[in-house]
Design a binder for this molecule. Sequence first.
Ligand code: PMP
Length: 339
Amino acid sequence: MSPIKSDLAAAVGNTPLIRLRHASEMTGCEILGKAEFMNPGQSVKDRAALYIIKDAVARGKLRPGGTIVEGTAGNTGIGLALVGASMGYKTVIVIPETQSQEKKDMLRLAGADLVQVPAAPYKNPNNYVRYSGRLAEELARTLPQGAIWANQFDNTANRRAHVEGTGPEIWEQTGGRVDGFVCAVGTGGTLAGVAEVLQPKGVKIALADPEGAALHSFYTEGTFDMPGSSITEGIGQSRITANLDGLQPDFSYRIPDAEALPIVFDLLEHEGLCLGGSSGINVAGAIRMARDMGPGHTIVTILCDYGTRYQSKLWNPDFLREKGLPVPGWLDRAPASIP
Ligand code: PMP
């Protein structure tokens, strides 16, 4: 294989697996993080973006100069905008105004037109996903080069990115010596796609759900209860998306922010890994899974995105205090800027 990537799209995926030292030592397991923040758009969602674009092109829906419309918590939009730019497509992104300023800034830098909407539950017709579907229909009618709706939640090209990419990569990188896989769900593409590859090979699959999401109650009790809330972005689902279809996790955990955030802080302080909040939910899930499975197992999880995307929230002591969340001493003492 040539060491030169032909374009940005060719640089998506094939991310390293990194051993998480503290989590491994604490549990007697090997806990490995798939470093998805090393994708060109600094998140796991570059994979889904690329597959959704390639699928729409292959089916003749996305034509040269066409526009991609999507409702996203940010990362999918960044992936679509960057991969889209490299292939000559425009992007229009609908985002809840509650998402981090850094993600919105990055979307604008990447050339996306941004539509901000108030955060609203899925059943509300003005929810960002449903709004983006209507906008896509309108732009498909009015723009000369046409438009498509990426529809990451129910477009299974998203899941295929993990069936063909993430899942086989984990199997090869561990030489088949992997006992468990765990992660949180936004669309479900990552969890269900990796499960589709690894579960038939005997690997146990676990869901790590944040508070305020309904999947833990669905997979354990068959009901959609969503107690509590979370500051983590990009995860927390209240319905069975098309990407989740058929998933049957072996274990399920509901992880409070107060358990996940100290892990994110510790990973930066002691292991140099600068991550977003969903990675903390995932590593907390891996630690719980290690305790359930017992020492000596290898458990893989996802390090979803890079932490600088949340400088004004997760890495801001005032924000954390306001939410009643733990603030690590070193973060509180860190100078805001060098004089
Ligand atoms: N973490 C972050 C930061 C995300 O943006 C997303 C996707 N919205 C996820 C995790 C979940 O990935 P998936 O959509 O594949 O379930």
